[in-house]
Design a protein around this ligand. Structure first.
Ligand SMILES: [Mn+2]
Length: 433
């Protein structure tokens, strides 16, 4: 039995398909492909991670599958195509789902071998006016990437006989609002993230490099059946001013701060947390002042995660608060603010990223900067101050459940200065060499 996975009842996936069906027009079809295996080198592939939309609609975590939903006369039918059983394949790579197993996971009764897809496709698309295809949504990150859904979309679009649309906007309405089960899985990812951080705190004075810290985090992710939801950032001193520093290769220096941006992915659901700690266990007065400024902005902003707000509105408010803090820290002057260009406000010199993003199956989940917040949405709150000339970058990030009042789901991951210093000092003292 697969102990690394929690069994999710097929009702969850059926409900998600029905929700998508409600958004689809009459006489339409939606097609979602499973991700292919991604080649790494030689005969090796990257660890497999299912396409989030495909998982959300089927629960199937296997390559080579296709989901087709057909809506006609307000009735929704589901068809799932899976690779045929192959004894030789199984000797080398293990078990592949058979029809019964795929049905039990997904709740879909109409299951067919994958090679039938090409033959049945014409029939399934017959009399449809609109076809929704799951395609690559963000060109910034997917240019040049091969995905069956995208090729399918391009082929259909060029024939121009029917309307071809993207499936993602229809799903975003549902993926942004977390169901109870999803919140439970995310909470588990957050608990695992918390556990790994507490171990780092207790060990930090005996760890000498960024990659040792990373190993400590991964150890606690893996032992609880999780993986990293995104590339882990372990950035000491100046490295923390590189926003996406993921090499994690340098020595840790006493007197430096260490920025950690790390989150477990459990059952495909992500946590996303950032903490900043002193390598030697004690914040200097200046580090403390900058840290407290970031924390004040974060705590004020967490209260803003109420229904009706948007990421854009949060960014505006966070910018104003940050401006005030940077003035008191002496990093910017009233003159800088008077002279500032609206597009490039003075605070952006030290706080250059956004405050928040949606969180769920993807670490940067469905939903955008104008999506009005609704109860049950989960977003991050992550202000930061990065000062190259002072060799420090500080970010504090928690995961917030929208509501009235909002709930900080990662509130138990320590972040107050005295709490951090106390836990570090309770751990093993540095090794005498
Ligand atoms: Mn984040």
């Amino acid at each position: 039995m697969d102990m690394k996975r929690e069994k999710i009842a097929s009702d969850f996936f059926r409900k998600n398909r029905n929700n998508l069906g409600n958004e689809m027009q009459e006489n339409s079809v939606a097609i979602v492909f499973a991700h292919d295996e991604l080649w790494r080198n030689g005969d090796q592939y990257y660890p497999y991670r299912q396409n989030s939309n495909f998982f959300y609609l089927t629960g199937i975590e296997q390559a080579g599958c296709v989901l087709v939903l057909r809506k006609q006369e307000s009735r929704l039918q589901s068809f799932l195509f899976i690779p045929r059983a192959d004894p030789t394949y199984e000797i080398w790579f293990g078990h592949r789902l058979d029809k019964e197993e795929a049905e039990a996971i997904s709740g879909i009764a109409g299951i067919f071998p994958r090679e039938e897809f090409e033959r049945m496709r014409k029939k399934l698309l017959k009399n449809t006016e609109t076809i929704y295809v799951d395609r690559l949504e963000d060109e910034n990150f997917t240019r040049g990437i091969s995905y069956a859904g995208q090729s399918f979309f391009d082929t259909l679009s060029s024939s121009a006989k029917r309307k071809v649309k993207s499936v993602a906007p229809l799903l975003a309405k549902y993926r942004t609002v977390k169901q109870k089960l999803e919140l439970q899985l995310m909470k588990k990812a957050m608990d695992i993230t918390q556990e790994s951080f507490e171990h780092v705190l207790k060990k930090i004075r005996r760890l000498h490099t960024e990659y040792e810290v990373e190993a400590e985090i991964f150890y606690h992710f893996h032992r609880r059946g999780a993986v990293a939801a995104y590339e882990t950032i372990v950035a000491g001193g100046l490295n923390a001013t590189v926003l996406h520093y993921v090499e994690n290769k340098d020595d840790l220096l006493s007197g430096d701060l260490l920025l950690l941006d790390f989150g477990a992915e459990y059952n495909n659901y992500a946590a996303d947390c950032s903490r900043t700690i002193p390598v030697n266990g004690k914040f200097s007065p200046r580090q403390k002042a900058v840290y407290e400024a970031v924390l004040r902005v974060q705590e004020a902003m967490i209260r803003e995660y109420v229904p009706g707000n948007t990421i854009n509105k949060l960014n505006e408010k966070a910018g104003k608060l940050m401006e005030k803090e940077l003035l008191s820290l002496g990093l910017i002057t009233p003159e800088d603010i008077r002279k500032q260009d609206k597009e490039h406000p003075a605070y952006k010199k030290y706080y250059m990223h956004g405050l928040s993003h949606f969180l769920g199956l993807d670490v940067h989940d469905a939903g955008n900067k104008d999506t009005p917040f609704r109860e049950g949405m989960v977003l991050t709150c992550e202000p930061g101050i990065y000062i190259r000339k002072e060799n420090m970058g500080i970010r504090i990030e928690d995961d917030i459940l929208v509501g009235n009042p909002p709930v900080n789901l990662t509130r138990n991951i320590p972040k107050k200065i005295d709490e951090l210093e106390k836990i570090i000092s309770s751990g093993n003292p540095p090794q005498k060499l």
